[in-house]
Write a protein that binds this ligand. Structure first.
Ligand SMILES: C[S@@+](CC[C@H](N)C(=O)[O-])C[C@H]1O[C@@H](n2cnc3c(N)ncnc32)[C@H](O)[C@@H]1O
Length: 251
């Protein structure tokens, strides 16, 4: 893996029994651009404010991609345009923009956006190296109005996601969102839609197979990379490529 990550707690005084940190920062080295990202986490605020293993695995892959992955990141209209779903701390989207010199829209629920924007601002120097630009937007999965707003004048080349399959009540809204951005409101008509959804996922529960079963009704889903298990896990993070069914043979 080409990315190094180390946790550094902010502040920290000499107290006997310190409470759990309310804020910590992780440094992530991107070797291909010889730069380091710093990502603020707020663990006491919930799961949207923590770094998840799939995010680190996807960034490592983008930092040192095999041809099968790098060939996906080809712009159809000049600048590469990416959309990330459920960005959390923003690590994946910020790293993708910095590594690929891309325009990236990172998205999440409204209460997550201030920390996302904080992390975008904190990494301005790394983003500037290749001209990457990141903006944060509110996108609750399945919210048609928000999806249309984001889709107004942009067509995305690639959609990204890491660790977005976990609660089963979110499977349908996530698939609706993928149908909107990859198929065009689910019917495949209208203007050209993003070619591919690249999703990093660490399998935790059997129930997750229901997500893949539902997704395969609309998309061809292939595992394109699997990491070795780490930290005592039985499985490693897998990166999946989703494409609309009729494009599956060509991609
Ligand atoms: C497990 S976290 C993963 C965060 C980040 N992608 C990572 O890998 O570090 C799942 C993310 O999905 C977001 N999320 C959950 N439900 C959502 C919804 N209905 N619409 C949009 N985002 C949602 C959460 O706020 C959270 O940031």
């Amino acid at each position: 893996m080409s990315m190094q990550c180390s946790d550094v707690e902010e502040g920290g005084g000499a107290v006997e029994s310190p409470p759990p940190p309310s804020s910590s920062s992780s440094s992530l080295r991107l070797r291909s651009i010889e730069s380091t990202l710093v990502i603020r986490q707020l663990p006491s605020h919930g799961l949207s404010f923590q770094l998840w293993p799939a995010a680190a695995a996807l960034v490592a892959l983008l930092d040192n991609p095999p041809i099968s992955i790098s060939s996906l990141f080809v712009s159809t209209s000049g600048r590469l345009r990416l959309l990330e779903l459920g960005s959390g701390t923003g690590l994946v989207g910020i790293a993708a923009a910095a590594l690929l010199g891309a325009d990236v829209t990172v998205t999440d629920l409204a209460h997550v956006l201030p920390n996302l924007q904080f992390n975008i601002n904190a990494n301005a120097a790394s983003l500037a190296l290749r001209g990457g630009v990141v903006k944060a937007a509110h996108l609750p999965w399945g919210d048609l109005q928000r999806m249309e707003d984001l889709d107004l004048d942009l067509e995305y080349d690639v959609i990204l996601g890491s660790d977005v399959v976990y609660h089963d009540h979110l499977y349908d809204p996530l698939i609706q969102t993928l149908r909107f951005f990859l198929l065009g409101n689910g019917n495949g008509n209208g203007k050209r839609k993003s070619g591919v959804f690249l999703m990093a996922h660490l399998k935790r529960w059997k129930k997750e197979s229901a997500f893949f079963r539902k997704a395969r009704k609309f998309f061809d889903v292939q595992a394109v990379h699997t990491d070795s298990p780490v930290n005592g896990s039985r499985l490693g993070v897998t990166v999946y490529k989703f494409v609309r069914k009729e494009l599956a043979i060509a991609c």
